[in-house]
Design a protein around this ligand. Structure first.
Ligand code: CAA
Length: 397
């Protein structure tokens, strides 16, 4: 066997999606971009834990960092399905690049667009769409993960500033110098806590005195995406950087995660699709017992199950995206999309490793990376258990 499968041709298998001409064009654009600028380097970035900073302006120039923003902010003003199709293409090449695209497009830019003052939108959105600045989101803390409302970072008003203290965890690309971080902190008083209603959101940037990058995580997967703690030490934030209304930060976060979880679902499907492509090609080339292993039903059944799960996860995702664009509330469906797609990614990547056998267990081939990358999709932006909580609650709403 030769190690030729580092950048497999994709098995798209998306024929049932009712895609428009524009959506197909965006999908093709993203596929071509990924083939040229992302896929050839993904294994190396993963090995070296390297976040390639030139990718950000390059993706901005190509339009991938302002996909959902209005043209007035230099965005492409696309529908959600177009964005998710592009994201899946990028994820099929490299899940680390995809998480950058997903976090940026789904969380900070959407939060600013929906809730921030015109002054904040004018200052940040166009540079974010152009890739001159990269968005981040800071909700979790060392002791506040699934129970996000228990966060403890504190903001205290001091004249025309807020002073922030606390530690935020799992901040995607928190090391980026031109970061625009949408950070949550408590604005209720320690002796009069208001639960989820005591949380507000601020725009924080690394040039503000008191902003410090803390521990960098050494992760199992998504190794080309830097994940760090960010520490606020008497960080002075101008009062006008409060996003929307004081005390509404938790609701903004939850609403944005409804959107973010669709992005993670697309990322998971991209990983799964890459794993299926690699396994399909390998099963065609690998000979045992005198014939290609694709001739064996044991392998055919695996490939069929992998393809079926991807196609069904994708169908729900794009139905949900369309409902969202019609203005419908999609909280439960968004959780279902993420739950199904992330479990699909784990299932498909695991089966791909199994089809590769020993070759799947070594770094010569990409499938072990797909398995490592897939795992986090069951964890971040709400664990699979939290998605089930959200879905079950909605059954009784
Ligand atoms: N849309 C709008 N409002 C919402 C909402 C939604 N989807 N979900 C909750 N709310 C509102 C509720 O209506 C409620 O408002 P009222 O009090 O006015 O009724 C308020 O928010 C509080 O809601 P809950 O009582 O349901 O809050 P809770 O404390 O029980 O928590 C939870 C609910 C679903 C468990 C939530 O804490 C949660 O989603 N946890 C997971 C957190 C998470 O996903 N973190 C990921 C961080 S980002 C990341 O992973 C890194 C990265 O960027 C890649």
């Amino acid at each position: 066997m030769s190690a030729t499968l580092t950048s497999p041709e994709v098995v798209a298998f998306d024929g049932v999606l009712p895609l428009t001409e524009t959506q197909r064009d965006i999908q093709r654009l993203a596929r071509d971009f990924a083939a040229e600028h992302v896929a050839p380097f993904a294994a190396e970035w993963d090995r070296d834990q390297r976040f390639e900073p030139s990718l950000v302006p390059r993706m901005g120039e190509a339009g991938f960092l302002g996909m959902l923003l209005p043209e007035a902010y230099d965005g492409l003003a696309l529908d959600t399905s177009s964005y998710l199709l592009a994201l899946e293409e990028i994820a099929a090449a490299d899940a680390s690049t995809a998480v950058m695209m997903s976090v940026h497009n789904s969380l900070p830019t959407q939060m600013l667009l929906r809730y921030a003052s015109d002054a904040l939108k004018d200052r940040y959105l166009a540079p974010m769409a152009r890739g001159e600045r990269l968005g981040g989101f800071a909700l979790s803390e060392p002791d506040a993960g699934s129970d996000a409302a228990s966060l403890r970072a504190q903001a205290v008003r001091d004249g025309d500033h807020w002073v922030l203290n606390g530690t935020k965890s799992w901040v995607t690309h928190g090391t980026y110098p031109d970061l625009v971080l949408l950070a949550t902190a408590r604005t209720d008083a320690p002796d009069a806590r208001r639960g989820s209603k005591g949380i507000s959101t601020f725009v924080v940037t690394p040039d503000m005195p008191g902003f410090r990058v803390g521990k960098k995580e050494n992760k199992m997967g998504l190794r080309a995406s830097p994940t760090v703690q960010v520490v606020f030490e008497d960080l002075r934030v101008p009062a006008e950087n409060l996003v929307g209304e004081e005390g509404q930060g938790f609701v903004y976060a939850m609403q944005s995660l409804d959107h973010g979880r669709l992005g993670i679902a697309a990322q998971a499907l991209g990983i799964a699709r890459a794993a299926l492509s690699a396994a399909r090609d390998y099963a065609d080339q690998r000979k045992q017992f005198g014939q290609p292993i694709r001739n064996f039903q044991a392998i055919q059944f695996k490939l069929a199950d992998m393809a079926s799960r991807i196609a069904s996860g994708r169908a729900l995702l794009h139905q949900t995206a369309a409902a969202k664009d019609r203005g419908e509330r999609v909280t439960a469906y968004s959780s279902m999309c993420k739950l199904l797609a992330s479990e699909t990614a784990m299932f498909v990547a695991d089966e791909a490793v199994q089809i590769f056998g020993g070759y799947g267990y070594v770094k010569e081939y990409p499938v072990e990376r797909y398995l490592r990358d897939a795992k986090v999709t069951e964890i971040y932006e709400g664990t699979s258990e939290i998605q089930r909580v959200v879905i079950a609650r909605e059954l009784y709403a």
